[in-house]
Design a protein around this ligand. Structure first.
Ligand code: URP
Ligand code: ZN
Ligand code: ZN
Length: 477
């Protein structure tokens, strides 16, 4: 008897990529897509996808997992729960941050994160490094060596005491990253302005969670966005402006692009469906929505939708950064109850990212399904150099597939999301469109909310250097 041609065939679905939508079967062999066609012959296993969209697995290139977050604060997700939640939400790859704490080398930091992640993930994983201590050794030795080993992206902060870099440090880091051909992500908020405003609010007795939003105004984000873009222009290197929350920061990106700069822009679900009013809930409930930049207003929401529709944004990520609410090691830290200044920043969202964009974006006609795939998967793979292994449906690509029911209506509830937080900011939201099955490298990993593969099925992905930074070796690097 002849052996079956494929290990698995996903049959009868509507294949969706960033470019095309068509009916086809997908034949999978050894974890990769081996054929796309009509009426493919037999396989060991057949997965019926009729009535479903078959899309590349989601890639969430901005998540925080097990990240040290200050004295007595514990992030709600480890790699097991964070990637479990990602998988339940239709993702097959996530990109968490590896935080370099001051005085620690990047290599030491990476060692710690690998020890936490390796063998514990439900999805594939690749790290960005956060540079908080750009010593000559870090810039001159570690960054180029680590780029060689596949760590090809870093994040720098313009806010948060202990993390923020001064302008001269940002310039030096951008320069070192350019030489090492690493792409730099920038968190743009003006720390000095924010600290001044926090002091003012506290002096006035305005210490409730809502004042997290009033002490981080749009002008602080706009100014820092402009400054980051200017610093990148001075070094002549591309950057990624992450978690953009409003029109004015978007305008800075558009203007810089018109000047000829290469920039990627990212926004997140919280800027599409939440507002600062959510931080104004009674009984400290507003703390559930404390993140930076804060959600803004309806006009900012509309602007961010416009940015997704028109290409100002290339990336739509969750900025998943979960803390438990009813927990003294989470949002209800003793100091946080005294002042918003101490409430840990960040909200969960890796599981709800895709349903929110599908429901509010595709179903409403704001974006088409191909743009949905680009924003949630393909563009992340391209920017961070995982493409075409990841981020598309093509012969030779990893068979990372999300089988999506476009008509399934669900009420978002925390119990379904699999993360370690005890709440979701989207509790009670009605969404239409939900992931039914997910295949990770050809294996059924999630089926109707049930985990099929074991933890540890996710692999670490090292990455090549970004083409945005040129394809030739940089002299002297
Ligand atoms: O509030 C947020 N966004 N926390 C996560 C850290 C960051 O700035 O991305
Ligand atoms: Zn950030
Ligand atoms: Zn973040």
């Amino acid at each position: 008897m002849r052996a079956p041609s494929f290990d698995t065939i996903v049959r009868g679905g509507t294949v969706v990529t960033a470019a095309d939508t068509y009916r086809a079967d997908i034949g999978i062999r050894d974890g990769r897509i081996a054929a796309i066609g009509c009426d493919l012959p037999k396989a060991t296993e057949t997965i019926d996808a009729s009535g479903l969209l078959v899309m590349p697995g989601g890639i969430d290139s901005h998540v925080h997992i097990a990240q040290p977050s200050g004295d007595g604060i514990v992030m709600a997700d480890d790699f097991e729960s964070g990637t479990r939640s990602a998988l339940l939400g239709g993702n097959t790859t996530v990109m968490p941050f590896c935080l370099q704490e001051k005085g620690v080398s990047l290599r030491e930091a990476l060692k710690g994160y690998h020890a936490l992640a390796d063998g514990n993930c439900f999805t594939d994983v690749s790290f960005h490094m956060i540079v908080s201590d750009p010593t000559p050794h870090v810039l001159g030795q570690e960054m180029p060596a680590l780029a060689e080993e596949g760590y090809t992206s870093i994040k720098v902060f313009m806010t948060y005491e202990g993390l923020r870099l001064r302008d001269d440090e940002i310039l030096a880091t951008l320069d070192a990253a350019k030489r090492a051909r690493q792409i730099v992500l920038v968190h743009c908020e003006n720390e000095d302005a924010i600290r001044y405003l926090i002091g003012r609010r506290e002096a006035d007795g305005d210490t409730a969670p809502f004042h997290h939003a009033t002490s981080r105004p749009i002008a602080a984000e706009r100014e820092a966005t402009h400054r980051a873009l200017s610093l990148a222009e001075i070094v002549d290197t591309p950057i990624v402006i992450v978690h953009v929350s409003n029109r004015e920061a978007m305008e800075e990106i558009s203007r810089a692009r018109h000047r000829g700069q290469k920039i990627a822009g990212e926004t997140c679900p919280q800027y599409l469906v939440l507002t600062a009013e959510d931080l104004d809930l009674e009984d400290f409930e507003g703390a559930k929505f404390v993140c930076s930049p804060p959600p803004r207003d309806k006009e900012s929401q509309a602007a961010c939708w416009f940015g997704l529709e028109t290409g100002i944004f290339d990336l739509y990520s969750s900025d998943h950064c979960p803390f438990r609410f009813d927990d003294a090691n989470g949002k209800k830290t003793e100091k946080g109850r005294q002042s918003f200044r101490w409430i840990p920043n960040g909200i969960p969202g890796v599981a709800t990212r895709l349903p929110i964009l599908f429901s509010e974006g595709v179903r409403t006609g704001r974006i088409d399904i191909n743009r949905f795939v680009a924003l949630t998967s393909t563009n992340h793979a391209k920017l961070y150099v995982l493409y075409p292994q990841k981020g598309t449906i093509a012969v030779g690509s990893d068979a990372d597939l999300t089988l999506w029911d476009p008509d399934l209506t669900k009420i978002v509830t925390n119990d379904d999301l699999g993360h370690g937080a005890d709440y979701t900011p989207y509790e009670g939201m009605q969404v239409t469109g939900w992931p039914l099955k997910v295949l990770l490298r050809g294996k059924l990993a999630m089926d109707r909310g049930a985990l099929v593969l074991e933890k540890g099925s996710g692999q670490y992905l090292s990455r090549k250097r970004s083409n945005l930074l040129g394809s030739e070796p940089i002299p002297g690097s």
